[in-house]
Design a protein. Structure first.
Lengths: 511, 190
């Protein structure tokens, strides 16, 4: 099979000493950053965007992939040992993992999570190898109307599936689109929203928007509400699993990827839904139902495996369609744009070395992750004690480095602070950040595809829906938009407890 | 109530905020309760700005194709106005955006504006100092200042960490990754 040959070539790329080094750096950095409270995978990748100025694309993406997986694993460590997950994907890890740690089984919880990430990542990446070339082939002759349809889908999905309020999601998206409008119109050179400023005529760099919203916004938000006494992490030794634990966990590891992968590939919020679904599934299938809520190992193993596989699923849509389904994918898409590479069906044809090197490095990263994290876990746990002033001062510092590295201009730092203050306000009033970032990244591209499609059809709106592909995508969009109405129209199974299926707020936190 | 969406108790039953049996409300407390209306106002202002920019564009010569540079800004501007109105309605009907939670976030306490202002000030100050002082010095000031703003008072340790971090970042970016950062007079001496 052709994909296998390409994958072998990919391993040739990934196993060069330098790329191996980037993979290791990415995994270590990702785990360290993920363990640090308050920094999620998206902020980690955003803060490291400036390295794209100094690295070749292959090395950079190998590192980013390592950071992505590493940060997700690190996030679950925080959940298990602190019980205050910041990332929605890590909420479920705390539900069984923290009780386990409290009853002295933290080492087993961490091991179950680490192996779960390994298993989920391996299966997920195998599915990626099997599926991505096929998807890319199917999509290879999609044109401007199809691209526009995909981007509309991304906009609608990100505003209506994620978050709890559609209005606020839409507001965030429009803020992002507005920022994306700033600068010269790509087709005519017309100045838009530049107010005569030469600096704004270049547009606002995506790095500045991503770093501002994810890093500065978060640091300012936390600064306004900093806990006087940070939660005490539970001390933990070197992770290991006994035979009884293995016997209970292996089925959960095996099931997780098949729940996680499909959800990662569609724009449904990344790992949040599949981890919860995996949790529910494992609970139903468990033979030790009495242990649930007190530290059942299946409740860590399954969801963590699902989370890791969903990251692989995310990469399928990002690499083959250019459709970011999570915040990390959105920031990685921005990194591709920094290199002038457009992810999409043609990526596999145009940049085979990069894509297959990246995919092969996922396998390498997974092995590194398992090999490094089991012995290093006690060290990671120490990171949880980092004094919070240093942590958030460090975030501000690296955000400043990144924004300044964009063009070496102080005005970019001012812009960064302004966007950070917007991010602060968005956090205060419950506007999700992701739609804004997607709006900035995809907005200009969507406009170009729209105008190209309408040029081909000479202004007729039918030019947007003249392919089976675009019609299908719009059908999905309509379904997404009509979903709340449909759900209301359908007879509801649970009528009395509408809050029950919401797992968002973990126990032990005052709302 | 954890969700931020409009509460819809049933078809036709509109919740009337005026009839809520709460303590006597002063205009001030009403404003504090409804401060999210400010978000709507900002969206409205942004919409007007975008529309104004789009409609004053002079495009007849440069325009190519049926959709010129005006169309999308007009759509975005109108969208902003509509969302501003919808958000205002949602807030008046009792909808609230849910403030973000996190590992280090304690929403039980009122917002600490002093820290936010101090942090922003330190950030701006260091930004201005990058060019005259060079990146290592300005970066160290940024870290130290930010740590101070966030409550760290270790005069022995903080500046040291700041200096090491800043020099390391400078070396990493300027020397290793080839991203030029200004060294300033300090690096000229070293």
């Amino acid at each position: 099979m052709n994909a296998l040959n390409s994958l072998m070539d990919g391993f040739g790329t990934a196993l060069t000493p330098l790329n191996l080094l980037w993979a290791a750096v990415g995994v270590l950095l990702g785990t360290a950053i993920g363990v640090l409270p308050g920094i999620g995978p998206a902020m980690a990748v955003a803060l490291l965007l400036p390295v794209t100025y100094g690295l070749d694309p292959t090395g950079a993406f190998i590192m980013f992939a390592g950071i992505y997986y590493g940060a997700m694993f690190g996030g679950s460590t925080t959940s298990i040992l602190l019980n205050t997950p910041g990332e929605s994907a890590a909420v479920v890890a705390a539900m069984e993992g923290n009780p386990m740690a409290k009853s002295g089984r933290g080492a087993q919880a961490l091991a179950a999570a680490a192996v779960g990430h390994f298993a989920g990542g391996m299966v997920g990446t195998l599915l990626l190898v099997a599926l991505a070339p096929t998807v890319a082939e199917l999509a290879v002759d999609i044109g401007a109307p199809d691209y526009f349809a995909i981007m509309v889908l991304a906009f609608i999905a990100v505003t209506s599936v994620l978050g709890s309020s559609r209005i606020r999601g839409l507001a965030s998206l429009l803020i992002g689109l507005t920022i994306g409008l700033i600068g010269l119109d790509q087709m005519t050179g017309q100045q838009r929203l530049t107010f005569g400023s030469l600096h704004l005529a270049d547009g606002v760099d995506v790095v500045i928007v991503a770093v501002g919203l994810f890093a500065i916004g978060e640091a300012l938000w936390v600064a306004a509400h900093l806990r006087r006494r940070p939660p005490e992490p539970i001390p933990v030794g070197r992770p290991w699993l006994g035979r009884a634990d293995l016997r209970r966990a292996w089925k959960s590891w095996a099931r997780g990827p098949f729940i996680g992968f499909p959800f990662g590939a569609i724009p449904a919020g990344g790992a949040e839904i599949p981890t919860f679904l995996s949790y529910v599934t494992e609970k139903r299938l468990s033979k030790h139902k009495d242990e649930w809520g007190k530290g059942a190992i299946e409740g860590v193993a399954g969801p963590e495996s699902a989370a890791s596989a969903s990251a692989a699923g995310t990469l399928v849509s990002m690499l083959t369609l250019g459709l970011p389904t999570t915040a990390v994918a959105a920031v990685m898409l921005a990194a591709f744009q920094q290199y002038g590479i457009q992810p999409g069906p043609l990526l596999f044809e145009r940049e085979p070395d990069l894509v297959w090197g990246l995919i092969a490095s996922l396998f390498v990263g997974m092995v590194l992750l398992l090999a490094l994290n089991l012995p290093l876990a006690p060290l990671w746990a120490k990171l949880l004690r980092v004094p919070r002033p240093y942590l958030y001062a460090g975030i501000m510092f690296f955000a400043a480095v990144g924004a300044y590295a964009v063009g070496g201009e102080v005005i970019d730092l001012v812009l960064l602070l302004v966007i950070g203050l917007i991010g602060f306000g968005m956090r205060r009033y419950g506007l999700p950040v992701l739609p804004a970032v997607i709006g900035v990244i995809l907005g200009p591209a969507a406009e170009q595809q729209l105008r190209r499609a309408l040029q081909i059809s000479d202004g007729s709106v039918t030019g947007l829906v003249n392919t089976p592909f675009s019609v299908t995508v719009y059908a999905v969009v309509v379904l997404l938009l009509a979903w709340p109405l449909l759900r209301k129209a359908l007879p509801r199974r649970t009528t009395t407890t509408p809050e029950a299926p919401e797992p968002r707020t973990p126990s032990g936190r005052s709302a | 109530m954890t969700t931020a969406s409009t509460p819809t108790p049933g078809p036709g039953a509109k919740p009337a905020p005026e009839t809520k049996p709460t303590a006597p409300r002063t205009p001030r407390s009403w404003l504090r309760d409804h401060s999210e209306l400010g978000v709507g106002a900002l969206l409205l202002a942004l919409g007007v700005l975008v529309l104004n920019d789009a409609l004053t564009m002079d495009v007849d010569i440069t325009q190519r194709g049926p959709v010129g540079p005006k169309t999308v800004p007009v759509v975005v501007g109108v969208g902003l106005l509509v969302v501003a109105a919808l958000l205002a309605v949602d807030v008046l009907r009792g909808g609230r955006g849910q403030a973000e939670t996190g590992e280090d976030v304690d929403l039980g306490e009122p917002a600490d504006w002093r820290t936010v202002l101090l942090l922003s000030g330190v950030f701006l100050g260091s930004a201005v100092l990058i060019e005259p002082l060079g990146f290592p010095a300005a970066g160290a000031l940024l870290f130290w200042g930010a740590a101070y703003a966030l409550g760290s008072r270790r005069v022995d340790r903080d500046p040291l960490i700041a200096a090491v971090l800043s020099l390391a970042a400078y070396a990493l970016f300027d020397k290793l990754l080839g991203v030029p950062l200004p060294g300033g007079p300090l690096m000229g001496v070293l």
